[in-house]
Design a protein around this ligand. Structure first.
Ligand SMILES: *[C@@H]1O[C@H](CO)[C@@H](O)[C@H](O)[C@H]1NC(C)=O
Ligand SMILES: *[C@@H]1O[C@H](CO)[C@@H](O)[C@H](O)[C@H]1NC(C)=O
Length: 388
C-alpha cells in the first residue's frame, strides 16, 4: 500500500473522531513539539487558506453598509440555574444556556460557550489572538454560537462552512476593575488544574461585551484551536473592554494547563498568532474615516479647539448685539439732538436730577419754564419730544 492509500483511511478515521466528539482527540499545545507551527501536521484544516485569527489592517477593510448592529438574545436573562466554569487544559470555558443566541446575522445562532485567550504577564506582551494594525491586546474573549437554523447541534455545525458565529472582544487593561469579569475570575482558583470544573452563580453575559455592538469587523475564518475548522463567521468588535492589572494577573497566573497529578504547567500564552488573510476581505460595519483612533494629545487639541470656537462665537455674537444696540442708541440720540438745542439730552448721565415739585404754583411754573429750555425729566426716553 502506498503512502496516500495508507494515510487516507487514517485521515477518515480521524475526521470521524473529531466530528463526532466535537473536541480535539489529539494532544496539542501552543508551543513545543505539538505547538501551533505543527498543528497542520495533525489537523489538516489548520493549514487551510481561511484560518483565524488574522491581523486587521484597518485601511484594507471594506465598509459594508448592510452590516447592522448585532443583537445578543437572552444574554441578560441568565436565570437562576448556576453556570459552570471548566478548565479544559487550554483555556477556561463557560458553557452557555441554549436560550442565549445572536440576532442580526443571516441565520439564527444559538450560544454554546465562551472562553478567553491571554498572554504571560510580561508588560507589553500580547495575549489577544486578533490584532489591529499589528497591535495585540492583553487578552481576548470569544463567545461561540452555532447556526441552529441549519444544523442540529454544535458538533455538526462546526464542520460546516456557515456553521458557527463567534464574537471576538479585545481586552485591555485600565485603572478600574471590571465588575462583570469578577463573575469568572473570582472562581479560577477552584479550577486550577486541567479537567476541573466548578459551579458559579449565573450572571449577565452581556455585561462582558463592549457597549457599542454596532461597530465591528466581519470575516470568514476558522476555530483558532485544533481542529481549526473553517466554519466561523467572525465578528470582532472595535470597542475594547477594560479589566484591571490585578484581574489580568489573575487570569495569567492562576490556571495550570496540566492535570492535578502531573507536573505543574502554568496556562499562559494560549493564543494563536495571526494567520495569512490570503484572498479574504475583512468587512467593516462603519465607514473608514470614523475608524480613526485619537491619541490623548489629539483629543486635548480637539477639546481646546472646540472651546476656542465656542468662545470666539460668543465674542462675535456679543459684538453683533453690541453693534446693533449702539446703532439703535445712536439713532435715538440723533433724533433727540435734532429736536433739542440742549446738550443734556446726548449726555444722559450728567442730566440734572429732577427737581422736586413744591407747593408754590408760581415757582413750579418758573421751574417748568426753566426746565423746558434745558430738558424735561419726564421725556428723557421719549425719542420724539412733544415740545417741537
Ligand atoms: C448532533 O446531531 C447529530 C445529527 O442529528 C447526531 O448524530 C449527534 O449525535 C448529535 N451530537 C450531539 C453531541 O448531540
Ligand atoms: C463568507 O462566505 C460566504 C460564502 O462563501 C459569503 O457568501 C460571504 O459573503 C462571506 N462573508 C464575508 C464577510 O466575507
Amino acid at each position: 500500500m502506498d503512502l496516500v492509500g495508507l494515510s487516507l483511511p487514517l485521515l477518515l478515521v480521524f475526521w470521524q473522531w473529531t466530528t463526532t466528539t466535537g473536541a480535539a482527540v489529539t494532544y496539542w499545545t501552543y508551543t513545543g513539539s505539538v505547538g501551533q507551527s505543527k498543528w497542520a501536521e495533525y489537523f489538516p484544516d489548520c493549514g487551510g487558506k481561511a484560518q483565524s485569527p488574522v491581523d486587521v489592517a484597518t485601511v484594507q477593510t471594506q465598509y459594508d453598509p448592510s452590516l447592522g448592529p448585532l443583537t445578543p438574545l437572552g444574554y441578560s436573562q441568565h436565570g437562576n440555574k448556576p453556570f459552570s466554569l471548566y478548565n479544559n487544559g487550554h483555556t477556561v470555558v463557560v458553557p452557555l444556556p441554549g436560550w442565549m443566541g445572536l440576532g442580526g446575522l443571516p441565520w439564527q445562532f444559538t450560544a454554546v460557550q465562551m472562553h478567553l485567550h491571554w498572554g504571560n504577564g510580561a508588560p507589553e506582551a500580547g495575549g489577544s489572538e486578533h490584532t489591529i494594525n499589528g497591535q495585540s491586546s492583553a487578552a481576548e474573549l470569544h463567545v461561540v454560537h452555532y447556526n441552529s437554523e441549519l444544523y442540529p447541534n454544535m458538533s455538526v455545525a462546526m464542520t460546516q462552512q456557515d456553521g458557527l458565529a463567534v464574537l471576538g472582544v479585545l481586552i485591555e487593561t485600565g485603572e478600574e476593575a471590571n465588575q462583570a469579569f469578577w463573575n469568572i475570575l473570582n472562581y479560577l482558583g477552584r479550577i486550577r488544574h486541567a479537567g476541573q470544573s466548578v459551579s458559579i452563580p449565573a450572571f449577565d453575559v452581556q455585561s462582558l461585551l463592549p457597549s457599542d455592538l454596532g461597530r465591528y469587523y466581519r470575516y470568514n475564518g476558522s476555530l483558532t484551536t485544533p481542529p481549526c475548522f473553517q466554519s466561523v463567521l467572525w465578528t470582532l468588535f472595535t470597542e475594547t473592554v477594560k479589566i484591571s492589572h490585578t484581574q489580568l494577573m489573575k487570569l495569567e497566573t492562576v490556571l495550570y494547563a496540566s492535570k492535578e497529578e502531573a507536573d505543574r504547567v502554568v496556562m499562559q500564552d494560549n493564543y494563536r498568532t495571526p494567520q495569512p488573510l490570503n484572498d479574504r476581505t475583512i468587512l467593516s460595519s462603519f465607514p473608514l474615516e470614523s475608524v480613526k483612533v485619537y491619541t490623548a494629545g489629539e483629543i486635548t487639541a480637539i477639546v481646546i479647539g472646540a472651546l476656542c470656537g465656542c468662545v470666539g462665537l460668543a465674542v462675535i455674537v456679543r459684538f453683533i448685539v453690541k453693534t446693533i444696540r449702539f446703532f439703535k442708541h445712536l439713532h435715538n440720540e440723533r433724533v433727540l439732538v435734532n429736536s433739542s438745542t440742549s446738550s443734556w439730552d446726548v449726555l444722559p448721565s450728567v442730566r440734572p436730577a429732577p427737581v422736586p415739585r413744591t407747593k408754590e404754583p408760581g415757582k413750579e411754573l418758573k421751574q417748568d419754564v426753566a426746565l423746558n429750555t434745558t430738558s424735561e425729566p419726564g421725556k428723557k426716553e421719549d425719542p420724539v419730544p412733544s415740545s417741537v
